[in-house]
Each structure stands twice: as C-alpha cells, then as structure tokens.
Design a binder for this molecule. Structure first.
Ligand SMILES: [Zn+2]
Length: 302
C-alpha cells in the first residue's frame, strides 16, 4: 500500500510485484484494482454493493472480478476504500480518535472562554513577529502560532486585499481543526459565535483581520489544539503537529453532515449521532445567517 493513494481511481497502475505474489482477487477493489482493507467497515461494503448494482463486469488480467461504471457511480466507494486502507491505519497507529463525542464539544469549548478572551483582547503590538525565546513573557496573542503565521503572510503580501485571506477560505476551512474535521469545524465555529458574536469584537484589537477571519483563522485552530491536547494528553507543540497531520483524516472521517456525504460510526449509536448532527446543522444554518448579516454591517462600517 505504498503510494496507491496518489493514483487516480481510473488509472490502473501496473503492479508487477504484487501480481507475482498470490493476491486473492476477491480482496481487490473491483474499480481501482488496489487491495481492499482486510477488515472493511460495513459502510464500505454498503458503498461497494450500491455501486455494483450500477456496474457491469469488466474482467482484467490483474483483476478477474473487475467492474466498470461511470466515475460518479463508484467514486465514493473508491474514496472510502482508499481512506480505509490508508488513513484509518495511520489514525490507529497515531491514536487519532475514530469517534468523537461531538455533543460534549460545545461545553469543552465554553470552558476555554477565559483563555480565548485573552487571545481576543491581547493586541499584539510587538513589531518583531518572529517566534523567539521571549515568547513566554509576551502576551497570549503573540504566543499563538496561528496569529503569527497569518500576520507574516499578510505582511509578505504587502497591503492586504480582502481577497488575500478570503481567497484561501475554501481550503483553510476544511483543514483547520485537525481530526475534528468539518463537523468539528461547524460545531466549534457555532460555539465560538455564541460566545463571541462578531459585534462584540473591538476591531482595532484584531486588525488587520475582521472578526469572522479572526475566529476562523486564529480561534478555531486555537480551540482545536486545546481539544487535541486534552484528548491525547499532548503538549502544545505536539498538538499543533497532530492538528496539521490529521486534517485530511478529519475531513474524511467527520465530514459536514449537511453535505449529504455523512460518515457515521459503525459501532453503535448512529441514530443519536445523526440527530445531534442534524440539530447542529440546523442551528448552524440559523447562526450563519445572523453572522452574514452582521458581517455585512461591520464591513459597511469599515
Ligand atoms: Zn478502489
């Protein structure tokens, strides 16, 4: 399972080495011919079964049980297959959770209110923005790697254009909270919004960011790092590394359930999880509408 995850689903790399070995063809993915995980989840089996109904047999030398179908038919089965062969073993090895009690997340975030308040109100006036040995005696904002990196980016770009930071939203949004994934992003975002409505920000303290950007690029990763520290008993630096390493895993494992590609746990209380997720998504939609209105008002004033 060396580099298969880079291969495109419909290209079939020659794998002479593996063909020489005895590979049970029933253990190969019928679409991309790569080995299936030894213990596929019921979710993967369901996806494969659904795709199979709309596929036709296409025996290939390297895979006599090969199937063919338009990409759209099998893409989610194949993505899940690759996820389970690559990301799940890595997650297991590194101790990243395969289930998260998302119901507890809002409470956990709320308990960070004081520390987050310090981050918001501690304007970082120091002109040197390098991480230094003096970090410990500088304020909480200056110690935030997320703030420092962002500030450096903005300074590098010269005068800040609104598209500068916003242009990166789509990718950033998905990679921010590490293994908490998109669902974690939504829940953390909503909880933060309840704690710190955009109108409550003194924009001079967070310049050049808007409240929405500050929440998204500084507070969300700060929260996620603290959650990861608690989950895995890591120190801050280790948790930041984990946050970055596990982001892609998080996106696949805990997607935005509103997007229709929900991944639920196989081991038990799915219904519970689903109803919580539903509620969260509904609440979020409502909150997001308020945010947008507020963002507009703030931008008009700026
Ligand atoms: Zn596959």
């Amino acid at each position: 399972m060396s580099s298969f995850h880079h291969a495109y689903p419909y290209s079939t790399p020659l794998r002479t080495v593996e063909i020489d070995q005895v590979v049970d063809p029933s253990m190969l993915c019928p679409y991309c011919d790569e080995p299936l995980p030894c213990n596929p989840t019921s979710q993967l089996n369901d996806l494969l079964a659904t795709a199979k109904q709309q596929s036709y047999g296409d025996p290939r030398p390297q895979n006599p049980f090969g199937l063919k179908a338009p990409l759209a038919i099998y893409i989610s089965a194949c993505q899940r297959h690759r996820f389970e062969t690559h990301w799940l073993p890595e997650a297991l090895e590194k101790g990243w959770p395969q289930s998260i009690d998302f119901k507890e997340v809002p409470k956990r975030v709320e308990s960070m209110k004081g520390a987050l308040e310090d981050l918001i109100t501690d304007a970082d006036d120091c002109s040197d923005n390098e991480s230094s040995v003096y970090d410990d005696i500088r304020g909480p904002r200056a110690r935030s790697i997320f703030w420092r990196e962002l500030k450096k980016d903005i300074q590098r770009q010269g005068s800040r254009t609104t598209t500068g930071v916003k242009g990166q939203f789509s990718t950033f949004e998905k990679t921010q909270p590490g293994y908490y994934g998109e669902l974690g992003f939504l829940i953390i975002h909503q909880t933060l919004y309840n704690l710190f409505p955009f109108s409550s920000f003194d924009t001079s303290l967070i310049a050049p960011l808007s409240p929405a950007e500050f929440v998204q690029f500084v507070l969300i990763p700060e929260v996620a790092v603290r959650l990861i520290m608690q989950d895995l008993h890591l120190d801050r630096d280790e948790a930041i590394m984990t946050l970055r390493e596990s982001s892609q895993y998080g996106v696949s494992m805990f997607p935005d359930v509103g997007s229709g590609s929900a991944v639920f746990d196989d081991d038990g209380d799915d219904s519970n999880y689903e109803s919580v997720a539903d509620r969260i998504v509904m609440e979020r939609a409502k909150a997001r509408r308020l945010e947008l209105e507020e963002e507009e008002r703030i931008e008009e004033r700026m």
